[in-house]
Design a protein around this ligand. Structure first.
Ligand code: TPP
Ligand code: MG
Length: 559
C-alpha cells in the first residue's frame, strides 16, 4: 500500500519511472534481493511475466526491445541471476537492441566483503552493456532511470544494467518524477544527402544493403519507395530480412549464412554500395571477405546511428551519421537521374532471388524442412512473426521463409542458441492476437525449453517447430569439414518432444514425413495451446545444399 504523505519508497519511485517511460511488460525470475521492487509492481499497470530461468527472461525482454524499439525490461536477482541473464545482454549488444536489466544487489553496508551472491556489476557487465551502474541514492532514481532509457535507445541501441541495493529500495523519499524519454533521432545533413544524390547519379551498378536496428514500418516503406524510384536492387543483412518485402521487384536477397552466390557476386561487382543501418559484420560480410578492409573498392556509403561505427572497419567514401528512421525519411527528397543505367539489372537480381528461394532443394530423409517452411509461407498471415535461435535448421528458415512485413523476424544476429522459444513468448505476450511461430533445433530448443512452462502458464499459444536431427548439427558440420569422421561431443540423445509438450500442458505432435506436417500444424493451431511439433529430421540432411556424407567425403578428398 502506498503512503499518502508525499513520500514513496525507492522501489515505488523506480516502478513509477518505468511506467512513465512507457514500459508495460517486465520479465523476471524473483529474488529476495529486489522483492520490494516486485511488490511495487503489484498495483501498477505493468504485466509481470515470471520465467523459469534468467536467460529466458532476459531474451524475452530483448525480443520485446527488438520488436518495439523501446527498452525491454528484465528484473533478476544478484549473482547467479545476473550471470544467467548475461545471455540476453550479449544478444542485445550484438543485435543493437534497447534493453534494461535490473539486478537486485546486496545491502549497501555489506559491500566489498563478498557478501552472499555479491558481484561488482559495473566490472562484470562493463564490456557487454552500454552502461552499467548501481543506484545508491533513491533521490536520484528519476534521473538515472531517465538516463538509462536515453542510453539504451540512443545512437546505436544496446543494453543497460542497473544494480539496486536491497536496503536502498525500501528507503522513503519525496522526489518528483522525470518526464518521459523520447529517443533521439539523428538526421542526415542536407550536404550528406546531396553528396549521396551525386554519387548515385554517377553510379553504374549500385546496390543498397539494409541492416541494423532503429527501423520502423514507416521507414521501411520510405526505403521501398526510394528503391522503386531509383530501381535499386536491395539486399538485407543477416537476420534483418524483414526490413524489405521479399516480393518487391527490387528485392535481391538476404546476405546471411550460405547466401545465394549470385547475390554475393552482385554485391562484389557493384560500383556503389549504400549500407543503411548495419555494421556489415562477420556474418553478412562472409567473414569480412565481401569488401576490402579498410578501403572498399566500391564507392561505399555508410549510414549508421553511431558515429563510432563509421570508419571502424570500412573506410566510407561518404559517412552519414543518422538513424535509419531519419535517413529513410530524408531519402524521399532525392531525385533519380534521368537515365537509370542499372534499371535492366534489378529485375534480374529479383529473379535470381526467386530462383534461389522458390523451390526447396531435395534433401535426404522423409522430412524436408525446406518444403515445410515454403508450405507455411503460403498459409501464414503476412504479419506472422517467425522466431528462431541458432543452428543449421535456421538456414532453411532464412532461405525459404518470406518475411513480408517489418517486425516479423525475431532472430539473433549474435547467433545465440536458445533464442527462439523465449523470443516467441515475449512477442506473444506483447501481441497476443498475432501468429507467433518458433523454429528450433533439438540442441537449440533445450537451451531455454523450460520456458515452454511460461507459455503454458500465461496461455500463450506459440507454435514451436522443432527440427530434431539428434545432433548439434552445425558443429558436426564444422567437425566433418575440419576433422572428417572424427565425431566427438556433437551427438544428442533426445527426449520425445511431443510428450514433453503434453507433460507441460501444451499440444504435442510428432512428424516423420513432410506431408504429415501440415495436418499437425492445423491441429496445433486448433488446440489453442502452446504447441511443439517434433520433426524427425534425417541427420544426413545437413544443409539445403549438401548432405552430411558429402561434406565428410569432400573433406577427406581434401577439396
Ligand atoms: C549459446 C550457444 N552455444 C553454442 C553455440 C555454438 N553452436 C552453434 S550452432 C550449434 C548447434 C545447433 O544445434 P541444433 O539446435 O540441434 O541445430 P542443428 O545445427 O542441428 O540444425 C552450436 C552448438 C551457439 N551458437 N550458441
Ligand atoms: Mg540438431
Amino acid at each position: 500500500m502506498r503512503a499518502n504523505d508525499g513520500t514513496r519508497t525507492a522501489a515505488e519511485v523506480l516502478v513509477d519511472q518505468l511506467v512513465i517511460h512507457g514500459a508495460r511488460h517486465v520479465f523476471c525470475v524473483p529474488g529476495e534481493s529486489y522483492i520490494a521492487a516486485l511488490d511495487a509492481f503489484h498495483d501498477r499497470d505493468v504485466a509481470v511475466t515470471v520465467c523459469r530461468q534468467e536467460s529466458g527472461a532476459a531474451i524475452m525482454a530483448e525480443a520485446q526491445g527488438k520488436a518495439t524499439g523501446r527498452p525491454g525490461i528484465c528484473f533478476v536477482t544478484r549473482g547467479p541471476g545476473a550471470t544467467n541473464a548475461s545471455a540476453g545482454l550479449h544478444i542485445a549488444q550484438q543485435d543493437s537492441t534497447p534493453m534494461i536489466l535490473f539486478v537486485g544487489q546486496i545491502s549497501r553496508e555489506m559491500r566489498e566483503r563478498e557478501a552472499f551472491q555479491e558481484l561488482d556489476y559495473r566490472a562484470v557487465f562493463g564490456s557487454i552493456a552500454k552502461w552499467a551502474t548501481e543506484i545508491d541514492d533513491p533521490a536520484r532514481i528519476p534521473e538515472l532511470i531517465s538516463r538509462a532509457f536515453y542510453v539504451a535507445t540512443g545512437g546505436r541501441p544496446g543494453p543497460v544494467v542497473i544494480a539496486l541495493p536491497e536496503d536502498m529500495l525500501v528507503e522513503r523519499v519525496a522526489v518528483p518524477d522525470a518526464p518521459p524519454c523520447e529517443p533521439v533521432e539523428i538526421w542526415p545533413g542536407l550536404s550528406d544527402m546531396s553528396r549521396l544524390q551525386k554519387m548515385l547519379w554517377a553510379a553504374e551498378r549500385p546496390v543498397m544493403l539494409l541492416g541494423g536496428s532503429r527501423w520502423s514500418a514507416t521507414a521501411c516503406a520510405a526505403a521501398a519507395r526510394f528503391a522503386e524510384r531509383f530501381a535499386l536492387p536491395v539486399a538485407t543483412s543477416f537476420r534483418r530480412a524483414h526490413l524489405f518485402d521479399p516480393m518487391h521487384p527490387c528485392y535481391a536477397g538476404d546476405l546471411g549464412i550460405g547466401p545465394n552466390p549470385k547475390l554475393l557476386a552482385r554485391v562484389k561487382g557493384a560500383d556503389l554500395i549504400l549500407l543503411a543501418g548495419g555494421r556489415l559484420g562477420e556474418m553478412p560480410s562472409q567473414a569480412y571477405t565481401l569488401l576490402d578492409i579498410p578501403a572498399p573498392r566500391q564507392t561505399f556509403v555508410h549510414v549508421h546511428p553511431d558515429v563510432g561505427e563509421l570508419g571502424r572497419v570500412y573506410r566510407p567514401h561518404l559517412a552519414i551519421n543518422a538513424t535509419p528512421t531519419a535517413f529513410a525519411a530524408a531519402l524521399e527528397g532525392l531525385q533519380p537521374p534521368n537515365e537509370l543505367r542499372w534499371r535492366g539489372e534489378t529485375p534480374v537480381a529479383h529473379a535470381d532471388f526467386l530462383a534461389w528461394t522458390d523451390k526447396p532443394t531435395t534433401v535426404p530423409g522423409a522430412v524436408n524442412l525446406g518444403e515445410i517452411v515454403a508450405g507455411l509461407r503460403e498459409m501464414l498471415p503476412p504479419d506472422a512473426v517467425i522466431c528462431n535461435g541458432a543452428g543449421n535448421f535456421s538456414v532453411w528458415v532464412h532461405r525459404y521463409h518470406r518475411y513480408r512485413r517489418y517486425g516479423t523476424q525475431l532472430a539473433p544476429i549474435s547467433g545465440s542458441m536458445g533464442y527462439g522459444v523465449p523470443a516467441a513468448i515475449g512477442m506473444k505476450r506483447l501481441e497476443p492476437a498475432r501468429t507467433v511461430i518458433c523454429f528450433a533445433g533439438d540442441g537449440d530448443f533445450l537451451m531455454t525449453g523450460q520456458e515452454f512452462a511460461t507459455a503454458v502458464q500465461y496461455d500463450l499459444p506459440v507454435i514451436i517447430i522443432l527440427a530434431d536431427n539428434g545432433m548439434y548439427g552445425t558443429i558436426r558440420m564444422h567437425q566433418e569439414r575440419h576433422y572428417p569422421g572424427r565425431v566427438i561431443g556433437t551427438g544428442l540423445k533426445n527426449p520425445d518432444f511431443a510428450a514433453y509438450a503434453r507433460a507441460f500442458g501444451g499440444f504435442g505432435a510428432t512428424v516423420e514425413k513432410t506431408a504429415d506436417f501440415f495436418p499437425a500444424f492445423e491441429a496445433a493451431r486448433q488446440s489453442g495451446k502452446p504447441a511443439i511439433i517434433h520433426l524427425k529430421v534425417d541427420p544426413e540432411a545437413l544443409l539445403p545444399t549438401i548432405s552430411l556424407s558429402a561434406t565428410r567425403e569432400k573433406a577427406q578428398a581434401g577439396s
